[in-house]
Design a protein around this ligand. Structure first.
Ligand SMILES: *Cc1c(COP(=O)(O)O)cnc(C)c1O
Length: 449
């Protein structure tokens, strides 16, 4: 048997290596400073302070190497400090850092929009507009849909997540921690059922869609609805993939009734699920798509892309913002998109899916607390329940997460009931490292049994 040569990415050996307890003394000192300087409202999942990262590894202030199973919440899909991103960012920073596109424009912004128009589903005429954050993209999608339709109502679904600004808090389903004590929320937001196969029992996608449509008909009236905004795979809601037929039926209803169908692909977009966009899997062509997170290799950038007649229906000056489509963020996005095309990112996501599903399925045999395994590509989750039921086991989820953190694997939880473990590794994670992270998860199941 030969031992595989050590893999090095960004000068970082791709192996987990703990030299202190986690968090180590330097991180603890920084945490004390954090508590004195940063609002307590800004929480931290795992308080190890990062100094360098690349491939599938995060290095902390104490010199520990941790395995990254979260990509900073689905952001560094192309890997942290990906050379293709970092190189273009450095070149752009040296040229100019900001002009405000609305004052004096630059090519990078236009080029990002051209790529978005080309990569998003559908071969109709498209336009894009760039923003800073996912929430800002969602807000703008709603603005555009309202301007285009002359209607006000916005329909979202149970378990949906769309951000933390006032409008997007209202659109988000979960109270704690996102909404609690922050109301009142914006009016004209309506929530309808979503297909959640693990919880829906015998009810299929078409049936749940029929309930949602009936609710829209009876409680709002189709002609009052500007937009339906929906994640093709729930993100913060726990990676539930709607049963076949649901997403398409909702999209068809929107199209038949002059409602703008907005796919929020901020978490599921950009090769994450093994397609450029998760909507493609269902054969749905959204009118508008919101993107952010994985778009620019870690730089803050977001976009709304969609049908030219909808996007162009807004008066000049109605969309924008001081920093939206910042030139450095655009350079990063172009680097990230180039890397994804050159390296067949969608195929890598599918390979990660195959490894994860086979390992998790094997784990489920010995650990029936794994009630459901789901997701697509490098966006996979397990839902933890009291064995044989669908009753959430949030305590076990927390215990598993803690074990993984203490053993140097940066994992994330999710879900309305806090009982979902979600995996969002960067596509640059070497497969042996991914296997090691899953091995630690398995050990966590044994240690917390
Ligand atoms: C993260 C997320 C948002 C909000 O993005 P921010 O950049 O945090 O404002 C919106 N929608 C979905 C689906 C998300 O996952």
């Amino acid at each position: 048997m030969t031992i595989a040569a050590e893999q090095v990415i960004n000068g970082i050996i791709q192996e987990r290596n703990l030299v202190t307890e986690l968090p180590g003394p330097r991180s603890l000192a920084l945490l004390a400073r954090k508590e004195n300087a940063v609002s307590a409202g800004v929480g931290i999942g795992l308080p190890v302070f990062i100094t360098k990262a690349g491939g599938g590894i995060l290095i902390d202030a104490d010199g520990n190497s941790l395995i990254d199973m979260g990509s900073g919440i689905a952001v560094t899909t192309v890997g942290n400090a990906n050379p293709e991103v970092a190189g273009r960012v450095a070149a752009q920073v040296a040229n100019f850092t900001h002009t405000c596109f609305m004052v004096t424009p630059y090519e990078g912004y236009v080029e990002v929009c051209e790529v978005l128009n080309r990569l998003t589903p559908g071969d109709h005429e498209k336009r894009s507009a760039l923003f800073n954050s996912g929430a800002e993209a969602v807000e703008n999608a709603v603005k555009i849909a309202r301007a285009f339709t002359g209607r006000q109502a916005v329909v979202v679904v149970e378990h949906g997540y769309h951000g933390r600004t006032n409008l997007t808090m209202g659109m988000t389903a979960k109270n704690m921690p996102y909404k609690h004590s922050f109301g009142p929320f914006a009016p004209e937001i309506y929530r309808v059922p979503v297909s959640y196969p693990f919880h829906d029992g015998p009810h299929g996608g078409a049936e749940v869609a029929a309930w949602a449509i009936s609710r829209m008909e009876k409680e709002i009236g189709a002609t009052n609805i500007a937009a339906i905004v929906i994640e093709p795979i729930l993100g913060e809601g726990g990676f539930s993939v709607p049963a076949p037929g649901y997403f398409k039926a909702i999209a068809d209803y929107a199209h038949a009734n002059g409602i703008v169908f907005v796919a929020d692909e901020i978490q599921s977009g950009f090769a994450r699920t093994g397609d450029w966009f998760a909507s493609e899997f269902e054969g749905v062509v959204p009118d508008l798509i919101t993107t952010a997170k994985g778009i620019a290799g870690g730089m803050p950038l977001a976009a709304v892309t969609g049908r030219a007649e909808i996007m162009d229906s807004v008066h000049a000056g109605g969309l924008g913002g001081t920093y939206g489509g910042n030139p450095v963020a655009c350079a990063a996005a172009l680097g990230s998109m180039a890397w994804m095309q050159e390296h067949d990112a969608r195929q890598i996501a599918k390979e990660i899916e195959a490894v994860m599903l086979s390992r998790l399925t094997a784990m489920q045999i010995n650990h029936p607390t794994i009630g459901d395994i789901r997701g697509r590509g490098a966006m996979i989750a397990i839902e933890l329940v009291k064995p044989g039921t669908i009753e959430p086991d949030a305590a076990r989820t927390t215990a598993l997460n803690k074990y993984c953190h203490q053993h140097g694997v940066v994992t994330l939880t999710a879900g309305t009931y806090g009982n979902v473990f979600r995996f969002l590794p960067p596509l640059t994670i070497p497969i042996p490292l991914l296997e090691e992270a899953l091995g630690i998860l398995e050990a966590a199941f044994e240690a917390t049994a």
